[in-house]
Design a binder for this molecule. Structure first.
Ligand SMILES: NC(=O)c1ccc[n+]([C@@H]2O[C@H](COP(=O)([O-])OP(=O)(O)OC[C@H]3O[C@@H](n4cnc5c(N)ncnc54)[C@H](OP(=O)(O)O)[C@@H]3O)[C@@H](O)[C@H]2O)c1
Length: 309
């Protein structure tokens, strides 16, 4: 008889990364189960502990987070409960069960004042409450279990959920000109590529091919500004029939005030994950093309032209 597959709990169901994990290639010996917030609420530590203790899991992936960066400035309790206390409970329970935890975190743990790309050993110093809640979540995961992999990523996009690519396409349909910040730099990252990295990390850990625990940076290859990102979105969208393309004007951060401060430099150095796991990120522009294939339908743009005639 074939051995039972190893069960993996994914916390989060409909988010960008949680959804991408569903489409990722998984080795046949793993069976993943997703829990959305309605069935496993990270704000309830005792429910989290119970779910980890009783599931017979071989590993846990935490793809869930409170991700509304500006709203976190006022909804502090919620952001803290989901981003700090939930992961703390997950890590403690995984530690007790003796199973690895893969946890996702963010470039917003850094203040963005460094001139070069951030490496894993750089000190965190978040500039926003969201960043603080995520940085403290990371710390709690490290305290809770040695068998953790924290994957810090940045500027996530995918065909689902809320993200910069979808926002640009929506605004592009509504306006002739978009004014986009040009002095914050980062590495756009496809949720599909994060899912692929997580799948490879977990497979390596569970087959004993790696004991690479700790913190890793993973982000799409190449850095740009939000303005550069927007221009590339519309360049590639136009190739897929999106029209008319809005003018994209560069503005400084000072001209676009937001409740939460963002790091000026969000660029993550990914050398460590390349060295330890052999995971080499692809160009973010290539990954963007795949996302736009799913989001820009030539039929839709043809219909818009008809309406405009
Ligand atoms: N988005 C970015 O640009 C970005 C950048 C850097 C790092 N990250 C990190 O990457 C990870 C994934 O982000 P994402 O973009 O995939 O997020 P997302 O699309 O906003 O999805 C958030 C997920 O969190 C779940 N969730 C929210 N509140 C919850 C609660 N109380 N209990 C349980 N689950 C809850 C949601 O559950 P449901 O499935 O039930 O809706 C959803 O699956 C996060 O750790 C985030 O901090 C994101």
């Amino acid at each position: 008889m074939a051995p039972e597959p190893a069960k993996v709990l994914v916390v989060g169901r409909s988010g960008q990364v949680a959804s991408a994990l569903r489409a990722a290639a998984w080795p046949g010996f793993l069976a993943l189960e997703w829990r959305g917030r309605e069935s496993l609420d990270l704000r309830r530590p005792e429910a989290v502990a119970e779910a980890v203790r009783t599931g017979g899991w071989a590993a846990v992936i935490n793809a869930a987070a409170y991700t509304q960066v500006d709203r976190a400035e006022t909804e502090r309790e919620d952001a803290w409960a989901v981003n700090r206390n939930g992961p703390a409970a997950l890590a403690e329970s995984c530690g007790r069960a003796g199973i690895p935890l893969i946890h996702l975190s963010t470039d917003y743990a850094f203040d963005g004042t460094k001139a070069e790309a951030y490496v894993e050993t750089d000190a965190v110093n978040p500039a926003s409450f969201y960043g603080l809640s995520k940085a403290e979540g990371e710390a709690a995961v490290r305290d809770g279990t040695a068998a953790h992999v924290i994957v810090r990523t940045s500027w996530v996009f995918s065909p689902v959920g809320t993200n910069f690519v979808k926002t640009m396409l929506r605004l592009g349909r509504e306006r002739k000109e978009l004014r986009i910040v040009d002095d914050q730099r980062g590495r756009p990252t496809a949720a599909a590529d994060i899912a692929d990295a997580v799948s490879r990390i977990l497979a390596a850990l569970l087959t004993g091919k790696s004991d690479g625990f700790g913190t890793f940076h993973f982000a799409g290859a190449g850095a740009t500004s939000w303005h550069g990102f927007a221009r590339e979105i519309f360049r590639q969208a136009a190739l897929r029939g999106f029209a008319p393309v809005p003018a994209v004007t560069a503005i400084p951060t000072s001209a676009y005030p937001t409740p939460a401060r963002r790091p000026i430099n969000s660029v993550l150095d990914t050398t460590r994950i390349e060295r330890v796991y052999g995971i080499v990120p692809r160009r973010w522009e290539d990954a963007l093309g795949e996302t736009l294939d799913a989001l820009v339908r030539p039929a839709e743009s043809t219909a818009r032209k008809e309406v405009m005639r």
